[in-house]
Ligand binder design. Structure first.
Ligand SMILES: Cc1ncc(COP(=O)(O)O)c(C=O)c1O
Length: 503
């Protein structure tokens, strides 16, 4: 049913009540029960300061920094702090963006334009990265006309396999990416080795420190074993690092740094060809509220280096408890963890995810890639608040692990497994355009006719269920192109329906 704007405005109380109603089935990001997505320091006062800062700047627009020079002042401070954490120098330049993906878009655009202008060739430029690189590179490539080549990782360490990266490089390679750390396993790629290749072949090297940039330096100071990954390594061209992850700022804050001011030129957009105002956009978006920049500024200044060091101590302590707990229950740790740890075991991780979700603990089940020697696993993003909750979580994990081991695989599940393997043999890697085009045409007909049935059979007609494990398992079991199509359709449907009938 289509809704229209209410004829008459609502009162403040009505508005707030309606909004509270909308949150009825939201998880609590401050609870410490989420081991993914929520980066919670457990410092309540911090939130208040961030909210105050948001209020002060919500209606100021970063688009016109001549009208609101405060944007430049706050951005300069945050970029400077990022540069100092990443050991840049006076030449290092940066941009504040609204998220890791946006920072990566700017780095990819800069690498692409520098590649094309330096080589003066017309081709589809390529990004070479380990399979563990975040999908935002594929997204940037899709938007910006590049191609991504993902290669296998070291099967013991779950870090970039340098030989595989080297072999994948061709004359079309515009960019190499390494992560510090990657999202699936929390391991840090050997950036020094990747930089040697980049220097040798004259290729842009981007370090994705979206997760680690604001936290690994503090953990390293505390004695954690973390390899170098920043501008101290010759050959690193750009780094992305997100305050909205481990600097604990409200969501919508990232920074991209370029080794030289001139590299930033390739990332920026300017247009003075139309009859309107001159446009120079340092970031992807044009109009942007200053609220997120201000709240990031406030958070960083509230915590200071001392605060970040204290929080880093808690992360290390929580991680040690979690690793010990998992190992004690027979799980195997995958690689050297940082702020993220991943575990594998001979059990159905999707079912374990559901069992833990029933008790209010949210992990991420990961499908792995059998052909690359990566088994299914459970991902945990460790944050400071987990220090006080880790023991309780591990005690529930013990019960849930035993429960999952007792559940026999269902018939449907075994069928799904066989079906999945067969299908993935049919379409290894990428489908060609002709096949995809056929699939899309068929899919459009199928979804128009059967869309409601699909939503029903996935149990989604009343919104997302608390236990999503079987849906994740289904997506993991069919070829990626099919899974992407299905997931994309489901998300369009869920937004279209609006989940209104649930409240
Ligand atoms: C390693 C890595 N890079 C980039 C991103 C993208 O960040 P965002 O979600 O802020 O766009 C993520 C997100 O989790 C990530 O883990």
């Amino acid at each position: 049913m289509r809704r229209t704007i209410p004829e008459k405005g609502l009162s403040r109380e009505e508005i707030l009540q309606r909004l509270r109603d909308y949150t009825a089935d939201d998880l609590d990001p401050y609870s410490g029960r989420l081991f993914t997505i929520a980066f919670e320091p457990g410092v309540e006062e911090l939130r208040e300061v961030a909210f105050e800062a948001m209020k002060m700047f919500a209606f100021k627009n970063m688009l016109d920094f001549t009208e609101f020079p405060s944007a430049i002042r706050m951005e300069k401070d945050i970029v400077d702090y990022a540069v100092s954490l990443m050991h840049g120098d006076e030449q290092t330049a940066g941009t504040f963006t609204f998220g890791g993906t946006e920072s990566v878009f700017l780095a990819v655009k800069a690498a692409r334009d520098s590649f094309i202008l330096n080589r003066g060739i017309v081709t589809i430029p390529e990004i070479v990265m380990p399979i563990t690189g975040h999908p935002c590179y594929d997204k940037a490539a899709e938007y910006l006309g590049l191609r991504v080549k993902r290669v296998k990782v070291d099967e013991e360490k779950f870090t970039a396999n340098v030989d595989a990266i080297n072999e994948a490089i061709t004359e079309n390679t515009a960019m190499i990416v390494g992560s510090a750390p990657n999202w699936p396993f929390g391991t840090v790629d050997p950036i020094k080795d990747l930089a040697e290749i980049a220097l040798d072949k004259g290729i842009w090297l981007h370090v994705d420190a979206c997760v680690g940039g604001f936290v690994l330096p503090f953990m390293k100071n505390l004695g954690d074993k973390i390899p170098d990954f920043d501008f101290r390594i010759d050959g690193v061209s750009s780094i992305s690092l997100d305050p909205h992850k481990y600097a604990y700022t409200p969501i919508g804050a990232s920074v991209v740094l370029f080794k030289k001011k001139f590299y930033k030129m390739f990332s920026q957009f300017s247009n003075i060809r139309w009859p309107g105002y001159p446009i120079v956009n340092p970031a992807v978006l044009s109009s942007r509220s200053e609220a997120l920049l201000a709240s990031a500024w406030a958070t960083i200044h509230f915590l200071g280096q001392e605060g970040y060091t204290e929080l880093a101590k808690k992360i290390i302590s929580a991680r040690e408890k979690i690793v010990k707990g998992f190992k004690g229950l027979g799980y195997e740790l995958m690689g050297e963890p940082t702020v993220i740890a991943a575990f594998t075991a001979d059990l159905n991780v999707f079912k374990l995810f559901d069992e833990m979700a029933k008790r209010g603990w949210i992990f991420l089940p990961q499908k792995g890639i059998e052909a690359m020697g990566i088994p299914p696993s459970l991902h945990l993003t460790v944050t400071p608040i987990h220090d006080k909750l880790a023991d309780q979580m591990i005690s529930d994990l013990k019960d849930c692990t035993e429960a999952v081991k007792r559940i026999p695989p269902s018939e449907a599940e075994s069928l799904l497994g066989i079906f999945g393997v067969a299908l993935s043999l049919l379409s290894p890697g990428e489908m060609d355009i002709a096949t995809l085009s056929k699939i899309f045409k068929e899919a459009e007909k199928l979804l128009e006719a059967q869309g409601d049935k699909i939503i029903q059979s996935l149990g989604l007609e009343k919104g997302f269920p608390k236990e999503m494990g079987s849906i994740f398992q289904l997506l993991a079991s069919i070829p990626p192109e099919m899974a992407e199509l299905l997931a994309s359709y489901v998300v369009i449907e869920m937004y279209h329906r609006g989940l209104i009938e649930k409240i």
